[in-house]
Design a binder for this molecule. Sequence first.
Ligand code: ZN
Length: 613
Amino acid sequence: MGTQHKAEQGTEQMKLVTPKGARVDSLRYPDIADLMSRLRFAPGNGRIWLDDQRMVLLHAQSLGTLRRELIDSLGIDAARGLLTRMGYNSGARDAELVGKVRPGNDVSEMFAVGPQLHMLEGLTEVEPVRLEIDVENGHYYGEFLWKGCAEDEEHVRIYGIGAEPVCWTQIGYASGYTSVFMGRPILYREVECRALGQAYCRIIGKPIEEWGEEAANDLRFLKAQSFTQGLAASGDRTDPVSGHGAYDPREAPAAPTAFGDVNMVGASPGFNAVCHMIRRVATTRATVLFLGESGVGKEVFARTLHRISKRSEGAFVAVNCAAIPESLVESELFGVEKGGFTDATQSRPGRFERAHGGTLFLDEIGILTMTAQGKLLRALQEGEIERVGDTQTRRVDVRVVAATNLDLRDEVRAGRFREDLYFRLNVFPIRVPSLRERKEDLPVLLNHFLRKYRERHDRNITGFTSRAIDAILSYNWPGNIRELENIVERGVILAGDGAPIDVGHLFISGETFDLSVFGVDEHGSLLPSDKLNALAGAGAGSGDDAERITRKVTSLLMGTETDGAPLSLDDIESALLKSAVRQASGNLSAAARSLGITRAQLVYRLKSRGLRV
Ligand code: ZN
């Protein structure tokens, strides 16, 4: 299959090697047409699309200017961190295309999406030197040459030849792409660079824990910590919270974490924005309101906020307002006094009093009763509370951190939430992004939860199958990080010892696929069902369909057993027309010639099928 047309980058040999080091296959980059067909220019409305991602064409020189300004204003460390993480983000997004364009292909062809997109996007020529991939066992080794990288070109233009490799964004890209592809954090290092006066850049990628101390310096540019800190305190690399210095691969977990907290896992811009806000507000007395869907980790952030605040010696008291029966909310929060008009047999303090000198975290604050809201407002404004059944007021010194997944403005409009309380709480809102909005954190989160539950349940699980990773990437995660954590724990329990977690271990009861339904295609790979339906319907003419159509035509012509594919003559003709146009790079006259018809005939046939001309 797969006749190679034209030369593209086809002369490069990519060697695929098993973990033991034996060469099992060697291949060229597959035809890039499938990726190019996803790149669409819509100049009429000012859009460029790479699949469903909006792209922009930038001048390389403007990026050079931005780079210089970043270095000059923030220092080289902060600039490098920003650019590395920008690249990581692009690479992670491009990895989402793999499952769409090459599902079920050979693993090296699937992986080649990254290097090929890197080239398509005009960043550098990528020549594979050595590639070892074993997704299920988490083994990865990748070595590539970058020829004519745009990034060092700009750097050298401004700064000349120096002593350090400078292709920071591209290293970030390779790390982000491969981490998402593998479902575990992979770090690339640039061991040669044109900015050092060498002819090419040479990059090597391995799982983070396989790098020794030599990678500690590179790793911190991917970490949330160095990022937020780089801006706040450039030059000082010691974490003021934990007292730890740069990452030490022998003692730290593989996942990038923030504030020296193993539960603060993430590397995405969204995660970092939250970390930045927390750092800014922690040392003040301000009331903080966490917003975001349920399961995004609002309580984890609230605990961190408390831990790095001046009240860290005091108590952190967490209350889920939704978990307490409405009739008990007030006594829970404000305490109760024996006798009076209550039937309490004993006086006891509420959560407010117990949090004295510390932080009170009120989750699901949107559902508090009106009376409780009034008392809360008074506590916030006057620092005073009154126990239920009591007339005496008590002074409390409590910092309130609240959270809600409701839109409080809607609640105010609907008359269910006091407007004055809303304004009092909304002094410093921090929106925690959903997992959908920080998909590039999936590899580090997966790795984090895998380690956690492997240890807790004493299971020897090797990692995730590529099908499982495809499913995880395509899934919508309505329950966010909490759902991811539950599903990984379930996978660790269900998967066999010494084996990877497969998709069937993760999504077992169908309940989680309500929003995004998958099916298995003929290669045994997972595809969203709408795609499967499209495949089963009219032939669309791209990669996979070409194969089906070839089989169908062959079986018809040779009089052999047909494979039962529901393909009509019309489907076959549509596929031939599209393929001819694609191979002629859109030149309709050339396409018509290759089909032995006139240009007008071709145009008519395309139009009558609703195909774009
Ligand atoms: Zn370089």
